[in-house]
Design a protein around this ligand. Structure first.
Ligand SMILES: *[C@@H]1O[C@H](CO)[C@@H](O)[C@H](O)[C@H]1NC(C)=O
Ligand SMILES: *[C@@H]1O[C@H](CO)[C@@H](O)[C@H](O)[C@H]1NC(C)=O
Ligand SMILES: *[C@@H]1O[C@H](CO)[C@@H](O)[C@H](O)[C@H]1NC(C)=O
Length: 478
């Protein structure tokens, strides 16, 4: 098994990846029952198994590539491990991982020579669940999953029991029920059965805990809590709203680099104040964020060219862009190319959004805006800001984990919740600025106006947070 990380592995890994950095459900994964002896069932491993050690080393390397930490982190303890025979072997490994005294910039290799900080608070221990998929005959390893959370001193977990009708309600359970009822009213939820309602209540409760964790560790001013997604599990949310194709971004065709901006970025900018941004739209239960990101960008480009703000059709892309996968995700770089091939975009009114794929009903006669090419922006956030001011709103993508729980303020989640290599959502940068000294990006989202601050998400600016700088692009209209 080759554990060296190559470009190729990175790409393959991104392809299969469903990595989530979540504080939630780790406990569930830890006590997932193993069915002993069944063919194909996972089996517990001896913690000194040599093949397991190789898988741990591989996960450790991938973890370090994905984190922006200054120091190398290493596994300090394997808590549990199992393997399952699939096509190859799938390892599920729970470990403690801590900060070593080696700086990434100073060492090329994670080696035994990197010592942990002797003081445990400097070690900043995390508990991580990794899933590694090995195909030994292809010398191939892939990190399928990485879920980390800060290791907290053990206390007895306080779980509010969900009251069944025969139980006497406690104060906590009544509070929870009240919040859940408010949520159901506010977001117009009905459930088909008592069973379903109890299941959703349980998910709601878990989501509240995740929001609390995000809240307690947020370094910005964000408020996390109940959102319209609060009754969805992370996997449901990911499947319905996010975009798995974006994790293949390193496979995308190289775009031309954008010509640099001619002036430095001013202190703040907001394209909404200059009429270049249409009202917030709603992608519904369809992974079409990529289409909204791209139409938002082209609306801005067309406004710059003509002075006219049009609302352009995402459904045209969902139905007619053969390079992307409709509600299953897409890449902005592909969408630009598809729009060039089609000949342009119709308006929102002429080709309106349904949120599911239909037969392509595009007609050339209804094209109201075209593009001539597309470009990739630099990765430096100041350069992106300067380009945005001179050229218009920018299509961008990011890791959206914290967005599920976001209500308002400037979101600045810890990196472990927001691996910048695990991009799964496309959005539109429409401006930037500072609130009380905290720099932010103004991000137009496509989850309706009842999301975040009137449909907008504010993310800390300046550290490439959640990968926001990694996939910025724009169409060009000549
Ligand atoms: C896998 O690696 C081993 C040793 O590094 C090498 O001998 C073998 O040829 C490789 N196999 C493949 C399929 O690359
Ligand atoms: C609430 O949901 C029901 C069915 O799910 C729908 O018919 C109704 O229009 C919704 N009401 C609002 C105000 O959205
Ligand atoms: C840009 O594209 C449009 C539509 O395809 C085309 O009519 C126009 O000539 C192009 N402009 C340039 C400068 O190539």
């Amino acid at each position: 098994m080759e554990v060296q990380l190559s470009r190729c592995h990175l790409v393959i890994a991104c392809f299969v990846l469903a990595v989530v950095c979540s504080a939630r459900a780790l406990e569930d994964d830890l006590d997932r029952p193993l069915i002993p002896g069944a063919p194909g069932a996972p089996v517990r491993l001896s913690l000194t198994d040599p093949e397991l050690m190789k898988a741990v080393k591989f996960a450790e390397e991938r973890y370090n590539v994905g984190s922006n930490g200054l120091h190398i982190r290493r596994v300090s303890k394997i808590i549990s491990a199992s393997k399952q025979l699939v096509k190859g072997v799938r390892y599920s490994i729970t470990v403690e991982i801590g900060r070593t005294q080696c700086k990434k910039s100073e060492v090329l290799d994670i080696s035994e020579a990197c010592e942990f900080f002797p003081e445990s608070h400097k070690q900043k221990t995390e508990v991580c669940l990794f899933e590694v998929w090995d195909i030994p005959w292809q010398n191939k390893s892939t990190l399928l999953k990485q879920k980390c959370q800060p290791a907290v001193p053990k206390e007895t977990p306080k779980i509010v029991r969900i009251p069944l009708s025969k139980d006497k309600p406690t104060k906590e359970s009544l509070e929870l029920l009240t919040m859940f009822k408010d949520f159901m009213v506010k977001y117009n939820r009905t459930y088909s059965s008592q069973e379903e309602a109890e299941k959703r209540l349980h998910i709601f409760q878990k989501n509240l805990k995740t929001a609390e964790t995000l809240q307690s560790l947020d370094q910005g001013t964000a408020e996390y809590g109940v959102t319209k997604f609060s009754d969805l599990t992370e996997d449901e949310f990911r499947m319905m709203y996010l975009n798995p194709m974006l994790s293949q971004w390193s496979l995308q065709k190289k775009m031309k680099p954008a010509a640099p901006a001619s002036k430095a970025a001013p202190e703040s900018w907001d394209w909404r104040e200059h009429g270049a941004v249409s009202p917030v739209k709603n992608q519904g239960m369809c992974g079409s964020c990529w289409a909204f990101s791209v139409t938002g960008n082209i609306e801005g480009q067309w406004f710059k060219k003509t002075g006219q703000l049009l609302s352009l059709s995402e459904q045209e892309l969902v139905d007619c862009d053969k390079l992307d996968q409709a509600c299953g995700g897409g890449l902005p770089s592909n969408a630009y190319e598809a729009i060039e091939t089609l000949g342009g975009l119709e308006t929102e009114t002429d080709y309106s959004y349904t949120g599911h794929k239909q037969r392509c009903g595009f007609s050339t006669g209804k094209v109201v805006a075209y593009i001539n090419s597309s470009v990739e922006l630099p990765k430096e956030e100041n350069d992106i800001a300067a380009w945005l001011v001179e050229n218009g709103p920018v299509s961008a993508a990011l890791n959206a984990f914290a967005m599920q729980f976001y209500r308002k303020g400037i979101s600045h989640p810890l990196k472990i919740f927001c691996n910048p290599w695990m991009i799964d959502h496309a959005v539109l940068l429409v401006g930037y600025g500072e609130r009380n000294g905290i720099p932010f990006w103004t991000i137009k989202n496509s989850w309706g106006e009842d999301y975040g601050e009137q449909g907008y998400y504010y993310l800390y600016r300046g550290s490439g947070l959640c990968g926001i700088n990694k996939m910025c692009s724009s169409a060009l209209v000549n």
